[in-house]
Design a protein around this ligand. Structure first.
Ligand code: SF4
Length: 457
């Protein structure tokens, strides 16, 4: 199809921060090729869904969404090109085209950077349908473009940088090693160049991203003075001028060696927060999950982290109702939660994923039991979190002001170094500033602060 004006693309993203990052890189690559970015599905010539496979519900949501879009497009806009990208695209491939004949493009997790080229082929009439879910050497380094500032409503002060792809841990419940492939890491100079550019464009905080960031560079970069490749990367990013804060996600408890714990003491830009997915408090279940640590090892890491940084914010992920989880195992999780006193925890009811060992394990837990454990755990976590947040009232905290609050855009929001959200009445001049605030009250996993009180004091 000969087009005078380049087609416009709308990308809808499901799932984690890695997916958000991938979508932005694809959008930036498309924009660089002349495609425009549509503000909504209704205005787009191409609609792409970047999908998630971590839970069955996420897959069903994306398929349902595409069915609705396809029905609308079939009736009113038959020339619109529809495509799937990401984890579900990777795991289902051709199946998606068979199920949804209106879809023309399926792009796997190692092929994001080919999206523009495949759309060109479709628009030029060279091919009608394209499915590419193959592996590609070097694809981990292909997610580096960011949208230009002119395409953003507000200059971002926080930025995400993808440092590696894939995971070799093969937790028995997790589909990620199948959808994202083997661990593959970018080089330190390549990552630094991206971070430098972001800092030059005004980013003050960078979050390093990967499925298991603490395994970064394990196979390619040797230990240096006992420091892992990941800690070496943190040190290198720490040197960059203009950057004030460094975060990372998701780590694995196995990667929290003494070198990383020490990094929290040594590197002032490294924020005092750790999201350490524990998944269960029962050794029996941790073993069945193939997590690679025990309850005691996990508790030891938390203790060391809090010794290194007493104000450390600690959050976690927990799965309830993993196959074989008894009431006793669940009580072990409850007791671990009380012992650690997490600032917050994300609870997931176990959802069987195809091709994973846990999906066919004996002792699948009935849904009502999962629901009940989920509710009990949530009550516990909310109470502990509430107490943590209440303790902050009256304290002075430093936040990086990120922009308008989502719930009430007339207020501003930012995060403390220990990753708690703070909302306050501010003005445009505060945007992008590191600001000291006095906490005046605590809500549900949100703090409220006032810069004026400090200025008067
Ligand atoms: S470490 Fe994380 S990404 Fe890797 S298999 Fe386990 S849960 Fe999945």
């Amino acid at each position: 199809m000969g087009v005078a004006i380049m087609p416009s693309v709308y990308i809808k993203t499901y799932g984690c921060q890695m997916n958000e990052r991938d979508s932005e890189a694809v959008a930036a690559q498309l924009a660089a090729k002349g495609y425009t970015l549509a503000p909504s599905e209704a205005a787009a010539d191409v609609i792409l869904l970047n999908t998630c496979s971590v839970r069955d519900m996420a897959e069903q949501k994306a398929i349902g969404k595409m069915q609705n879009i396809a029905a609308e497009v079939r009736k009113h806009r038959p020339s619109v090109v529809l495509g799937f990208m990401g984890c579900m695209a990777q795991s289902r491939g051709q199946q998606l085209l068979d199920q949804l004949p209106e879809v023309s493009l399926v792009v796997g997790t190692q092929k994001f950077h080919r999206t523009a080229e495949y759309l060109d082929e479709i628009f030029q009439g060279k091919r009608k349908k394209i499915v590419d879910v193959g592996t590609e050497a070097g694809s981990e380094a292909a997610i580096k473009e960011h949208l230009p500032l002119s395409q953003k409503p507000i200059a971002p002060v926080t930025a995400f940088v993808s440092i590696m792809q894939g995971c070799n841990q093969y937790c028995t419940f997790c589909i990620v090693p199948f959808t994202r492939g083997e661990e593959r890491s970018r080089t330190i100079p390549d990552i630094l160049e991206e971070c430098r550019q972001l800092a030059q464009n005004g980013a003050k905080e960078i979050t390093l991203l990967g499925q298991i960031v603490t395994s970064y560079g394990k196979r390619d970069i040797p230990l240096r003075e006992g420091r892992s490749a990941f800690v070496q990367l943190l040190e290198a990013v720490h040197e960059l001028e203009g950057l004030e804060r460094i975060r990372f996600t998701s780590p694995h408890p196995k990667g929290y060696g003494d070198d990383l714990v020490e990094a929290y003491r040594r590197l002032p830009k490294l924020c005092q927060s750790a999201h350490l997915p524990v998944q269960s408090g029962s050794d029996r279940i941790l073993k069945a999950m193939h997590r690679g640590y025990t309850r005691q090892r996990y508790l030891d890491i938390i203790k060391k982290l809090r010794q290194a940084q007493p104000g450390m914010g600690v959050t976690t992920d927990i799965i309830v109702g993993f196959p074989g989880e008894t009431e006793e195992d669940f009580c072990q999780t409850l007791s671990l939660v009380r012992e650690v006193e997490f600032d917050n925890a994300y609870i997931f009811k176990y959802s069987p994923r195809h091709d994973t060992p846990a999906a066919v394990m004996a002792g699948q837990v009935p849904q009502p039991v999962k629901e009940e454990r989920n509710a009990r755990l949530l009550t516990e976590i909310n109470a502990i979190g509430r107490a943590h947040y209440d303790q902050r009232v009256g304290q002075t905290v430093q936040i990086l002001v990120e922009g308008p609050s989502k719930k009430n855009p007339s207020r501003l929001t930012g995060r403390t170094r220990c990753n708690k959200i703070v909302v306050f009445e501010g003005s445009d001049r505060h945007h992008g500033q590191l600001l000291d605030l006095k906490i005046t009250r605590a809500g549900s996993f949100t703090l409220y602060g006032d810069p004026a009180i400090l200025n008067l004091a």
